[in-house]
Design a protein around this ligand. Structure first.
Ligand SMILES: *Cc1c(COP(=O)(O)O)cnc(C)c1O
Length: 381
């Protein structure tokens, strides 16, 4: 195991410091979860909060979408700079109470697409199981802030039994995404029980774990977890790195362990204003992920979840970034830019248009190298 990285802040006193047995009793990841910062007061002890952040944190503590940051992830935050890209992702801001045009409580229409309790289906061959409402860290741009952190916690197997039955009755579903909340915050035996149950449905081919734990709590990727999940391959891990600062030695080692244990690792980044809306930042992130064998899969336009307007970019910003990266970044490092359409009608790809003219039998392109060329269709039979 790696040496734990804890905030250097002297005020974060370890309760079991000096107790040589404590590491054996409490795995580091559980310690991190138990000591996540959850109040404005604690946050103010670690960071110099701006007035807007303090008001945001107090509001988060009182109502709605809660605040939680693991000590590890908090250690990546610049304590003095409110524009720190890590800080903007997790420290609440008073602007969260604003509603912008198009904002929705449930941006992806998941409630309308629920086919059984906590089972969402928006595509014929795929379905999404919401196994818990807990996360290690509550990202302020969360698309599921309507229910995440809401307090119902881990879904019991009994509660999920209607979802399992629905899946057994719908063999056209081949790909199941286990999400939440974050499935890797579940106890290992509970997570295994959910996956075991899914594996009893023979028509399910791939299972994906959608998780931010490799970013905010890499200590969770333990040998114990990996060997408990190994019998259930093919299991894909969908991670959620948004900024190159998140690729710490600890996070990189976690990704290495996942890849070595046979998990294909795909990364979904969300494009966020003042966090990663910059081609050079994203190029560094995507190259870093690729070196760790994590494939940049999607760059997602931020969903219009209520109260996230201050963190979102206009559609044109993402397209302009893709224009800068396409042709300059290795294809294996370049994700697709997608918009998950409001209302839950599916994801659509967007990006720069390289077709400048279509005539019968001839298409004219501009190329990343600035040259224009024509492609001629083959002669009709
Ligand atoms: C995003 C999503 C999927 C998976 O989409 P892919 O394009 O296959 O990665 C499946 N179901 C739901 C409900 C989703 O939101």
């Amino acid at each position: 195991m790696q040496a734990p990285e804890r905030p250097s802040s002297a005020r974060l006193v370890l309760p079991h410091a000096g107790d040589p047995d404590s590491q054996r009793r409490t795995p580091e990841w559980k310690w991190q979860l138990a000591h996540a910062v959850r109040s404005a007061r604690e946050l103010g002890e670690h960071l110099e909060l701006s007035d807007a952040e303090r008001a945001g944190a107090e509001r988060a503590e009182r109502e709605g979408f809660p605040l939680a940051i693991t000590p590890y992830y908090l250690s990546l935050v610049d304590g003095r700079d409110p524009s720190c890209p890590i800080r903007r992702q997790v420290v609440p801001h008073v602007a969260e109470r604003e509603t912008t045009r198009g904002d929705l409580v449930d941006p992806l229409g998941e409630v309308a697409h629920e086919v059984a309790p906590d089972l969402v289906q928006r595509y014929p061959d795929r379905a999404l199981v919401l196994a818990t409402d807990r996360c290690a860290v509550y990202c302020r741009f969360c698309t599921r802030s309507r229910m995440v952190g809401g307090g119902s916690g881990t879904r019991s197997l009994e509660h999920l039994s209607a979802a399992f039955e629905w899946l057994a009755g719908h063999p056209e579903v081949r790909d199941v995404i286990v999400s939440g909340g974050d499935p890797l915050t579940l106890a290992t035996d509970r997570l295994v029980a959910v996956i075991e149950r899914l594996r009893q449905v023979e028509s399910i081919e791939t299972i994906r774990l959608a998780t931010r734990v490799p970013v905010v709590l890499p200590h969770r990727i333990t040998p114990e977890l990996l060997s408990a999940l190994a019998p259930f391959h093919p299991l894909w891990v969908m991670t959620h790195f948004n900024h190159p600062k998140e690729l710490t030695p600890l996070a990189r080692a976690g990704l290495e362990r996942l890849a070595n244990a046979g998990f294909p690792v795909m990364n979904q980044s969300v494009l966020l204003r003042g966090v990663n809306d910059d081609a050079a930042v994203l190029a560094e992130l995507f190259r870093g992920l690729t070196r760790c064998r994590a494939r940049p899969y999607y760059l997602l336009q931020a969903d219009p979840a209520k109260g996230t307007g201050h963190l979102r970019t206009p559609i044109g910003a993402g397209i302009a970034i893709m224009e800068q990266l396409w042709g300059r970044l290795s294809g294996i490092a370049l994700p697709k830019l997608v918009v998950d359409t409001p209302g839950g009608f599916g994801k659509v790809p967007i990006g720069p248009d390289y077709v400048i003219e279509r005539r019968p039998g001839v298409t004219r392109f501009r190329t990343p190298r600035g040259v224009e060329v024509e492609y001629f269709d083959p002669a009709a039979e």
